[in-house]
Design a protein. Structure first.
Length: 391
């Protein structure tokens, strides 16, 4: 979106007026720090997969790469680089398989049918439920105690929109009772014609529940960035170093002035069917754009200065300077609401964070499997196939 994937628990969302918006804290300023490590891009691996590559997945051979952003020559910062992308540091990633596409509504429906699973957004939360994300339960208003999720408010007040406020993006988001994965835009909407679109309104726990069933897991942030960079290459975007080569949008993002004017030159105002755009060199579709994707890691804006070199799995706890008390997990890749005047999340190095209990209309996920988890994956898939047969 918008610079911040806040949580349902964000105070700004249920308090009216600028004062509430200011309560959520200052936007992280770009404090450009010198890159550490420096040097060239990593070595691209030719490592072969240790087992047959599962259907619908691609092999990402392990290797070594420079994670994060290089300090730009130009301090006007046209790409809206954020302080959490620094310092650039060397990371080694072991090989893994990654879903070629975001998990779709059709795939999520299969999981729900097999297990009866109910997502967080479909259940009536208590104050204690919502407080699990770190929110002071006394701040939860009654109106949040109904099944709900976050949607983009197309009807926002254009006159009142003030983009000089910190976290101004909160002004175009709303808690929508009845919004969930089957009703992406709220009651009355449906996924009937969107079965091949990415599933949305799933929180971090919902994503993990699906992946546990499928014998997969969420990618770490390092795995995600390494894969988006086509195996650790020095790329600003998954397809190269130019955003719109030949004037063509290479992923589903927002063209025009967010949130006032969507020129829609890529043809999709909201989600697109997965695989509507060309994949990157590894065969990964929508690894930028369409919907944000949950990663395994807790989010900490300062993690890159202490990240271990080999297979980093994120910090022990989260710290988002924008909302310090809220427990957040990392997200990657940007969405159909990203543009140069909002978050530029489609860049390979762009990081995002979300309250782990809150799904949104533009957040989904995909799974990965590694060598250590391969047997578990095979067993899970065999169980799914067996259950299908007995139906
Ligand atoms: Ca679009
Ligand atoms: Ca995506």
């Amino acid at each position: 979106m918008s610079g911040t994937n806040m949580g349902r628990s964000s105070a700004g969302l249920w308090m009216v007026g600028g004062a509430a918006l200011l309560m959520v804290g200052a936007v992280a300023a770009i404090a450009l720090t010198p890159p550490s490590g420096g040097g060239s891009a990593g070595t691209v691996s030719q490592e072969a997969p240790p087992h047959a590559t599962p259907q619908g997945m691609v092999w990402v051979g392990g290797g070594d790469f420079q994670m994060g952003s290089e300090e730009p020559q130009d301090r006007t910062n046209p790409d809206r680089l954020r302080a959490d992308e620094f310092p650039r540091h060397r990371v080694q990633v072991s090989g893994f398989w990654m879903d070629a596409a975001e998990v779709t509504n059709a795939e999520f429906a299969e999981f729900v049918e097999a297990t009866g699973y109910k997502t967080f957004a479909e259940k009536t939360p208590t104050r204690d439920d919502l407080a699990r994300s770190g929110l002071d339960r006394s701040l939860v208003p009654d109106k949040a105690l109904v099944p709900n999720s976050l949607t983009f408010n197309n009807q926002f007040d254009r006159e009142a929109l003030n983009r000089d406020l910190p976290q101004w993006q909160f002004q175009v988001w709303q808690i929508t009772p009845g919004a969930d994965w089957r009703h992406p835009d709220g009651p009355g909407s449906s996924i009937e014609n969107r079965m091949n679109h990415p599933v949305v309104h799933v929180n971090w726990e919902d994503a993990n529940a699906y992946l546990e069933w499928a014998g997969k897991r969420l990618p770490t942030e390092a795995e995600y960035e390494y894969a988006a960079r086509d195996g650790g290459k020095d790329l600003l975007y998954p397809w190269g170093n130019e955003r719109d080569p030949g004037g063509t949008a290479m992923c589903n993002y927002w063209q025009g002035d967010f949130p006032l004017d969507n020129k829609n030159s890529d043809g999709f105002l909201t989600t697109s069917p997965v695989k509507s755009f060309k994949p990157n060199g590894l065969g990964l579709y929508d690894i930028s754009g369409n919907v944000w994707e949950w990663c395994h890691d807790f989010f900490r804006a300062d993690y890159y200065s202490e990240s271990p070199r080999k297979n980093p799995r994120g910090p022990e706890d989260s710290l988002d300077p924008d909302e310090p008390g809220i427990i957040k997990r990392s997200q990657r890749g940007g969405s159909y609401l990203c543009n140069t005047n909002s978050c530029t999340g489609y860049r390979t190095t762009a990081r995002m964070k979300g309250d782990f209990l809150t799904g949104t209309v533009h957040t989904g996920f995909r799974g990965v499997v590694d060598d250590a988890g391969y047997e578990k994956f095979v067993a899970a898939q065999a169980k799914i196939a067996e259950q299908k047969k007995t139906k």
